[in-house]
Design a binder for this molecule. Structure first.
Ligand SMILES: Cc1ncc(COP(=O)(O)O)c(C=O)c1O
Length: 338
């Protein structure tokens, strides 16, 4: 435990510094994106009280409104995102009609399409209206390591808290979530004291005090595997995997776009490719997905966009080959014509 405690303190500070250009950034480890989003809303509630309004795009992960419910906040207000991202115009209108304290949650890497909200413009609006900004970067956050993809996250550092999920682009086994904050004092509401664990005199004598760094008490040393990855791959190694993964998604999108049997929804922003067989209706598409799943040949997701159902390939294996992509497209083509 002493070694794990020291490692966790080092790791969380190191990772937080990747996302916040501030003197004392910090982070807490969570079980994943869901718990990190819950903590973000909890910290906002502790800053602003129980009448906090949570605004989120309809593109947000379900854990955002669920956290508002769990924490006894007023029901979160969902704003329409017909184009897949939360537009500044939509947020401006919602902020103009909100009263009392507001937490805006934006998404960097939507679950359905891997899209990134216009973070800088949303942060500007939050500044103008005195609203707090939380960014759920569970999926897209690690693009921050990549010089090629980092510009897509412009504005990320302006958030009061950021959710990162290293079991997505960080290739960790669960649990590997993170909530980062620009200043360690923002985590103060989590402070808790239990004599058998962190007696004040022990803490004053320099013993680590982890109770204020999680809502859990006993927990695994999740920092260890993450630190091992960072140590063995380094920033460059991880960046290489991220760039490769995104490049493979681009490649799959191009294959599908060029293929007469398929319609591509849009070029991928991260590594999610939405597409559909050209002549299939929604029912045929849903059946096709289940057939591949039950047959054990391909596991594709599904997502609704532009009022239609799409097949979703979220590429997360950097070692996927061009041959794997060809095989997937051939399999889909064969199954579509059956
Ligand atoms: C945008 C986003 N936020 C949060 C989560 C939840 O993460 P977890 O399953 O680690 O709790 C997901 C999961 O896919 C997600 O896509």
């Amino acid at each position: 435990a002493p070694a794990a405690s020291t490692l966790e303190a080092l790791l969380t500070r190191t990772l937080a510094a990747e996302f916040h250009d501030t003197p004392h950034p910090d982070a807490v480890l969570t079980t994943g994106g869901t718990e990190a989003n819950q903590l973000a809303l909890l910290l906002a509630r502790e800053r602003h009280g129980p009448h906090l309004t949570v605004l989120h795009g309809a593109n947000a992960h379900h854990s955002i409104p669920r956290a508002a419910w769990l924490l006894g906040l007023p029901p979160a207000r969902s704003l329409p995102t017909p184009t897949g991202t939360l537009t500044p115009a939509t947020l401006a209108e919602a902020l103009a009609t909100s009263s009392g304290p507001v937490l805006v949650t934006a998404t960097a890497g939507t679950t359905d399409a891997g899209l990134i909200d216009p973070l800088d413009a949303l942060a500007d609006l939050c500044d103008q209206h005195g609203a707090d900004l939380h960014i759920d970067a569970s999926y897209g956050g690690l693009l921050q390591l990549s010089p090629r993809h980092r510009p897509k996250l412009a504005g990320l550092h302006r958030a009061r808290s950021i959710t990162i999920d290293l079991h997505k682009l960080g290739w960790q086994p669960i649990a590997a979530g993170l909530l980062t904050v620009p200043d360690t004092t923002l985590l103060a509401p989590l402070a808790h004291q239990a004599d058998y664990l962190n007696a004040t005199d022990d803490t004053q004598a320099g013993l680590p005090d982890l109770l204020g760094r999680s809502l859990r008490t006993t927990r695994r040393a999740d920092a260890l595997k993450i630190a091992a990855t960072l140590r063995s791959l380094g920033r460059d190694g991880l960046t290489h995997l991220i760039d490769r993964t995104c490049a493979r998604a681009d490649q799959l999108a191009r294959l599908l776009e060029a293929h007469p049997a398929f319609e591509l929804h849009a070029a991928p922003t991260i590594s999610t490719v939405l597409f559909r067989p050209t002549h299939a209706d929604d029912t045929a598409l849903a059946t096709l997905r289940r057939t591949l799943l039950q047959g054990g040949t391909a596991v594709l997701g599904r997502a609704t966009a532009d009022g239609r159902l799409w097949l979703k390939a979220t590429l997360l294996n950097p070692h996927t080959t061009a041959g794997d992509l060809d095989a997937l497209v051939n399999l889909l083509e064969g199954s579509t014509h059956r």
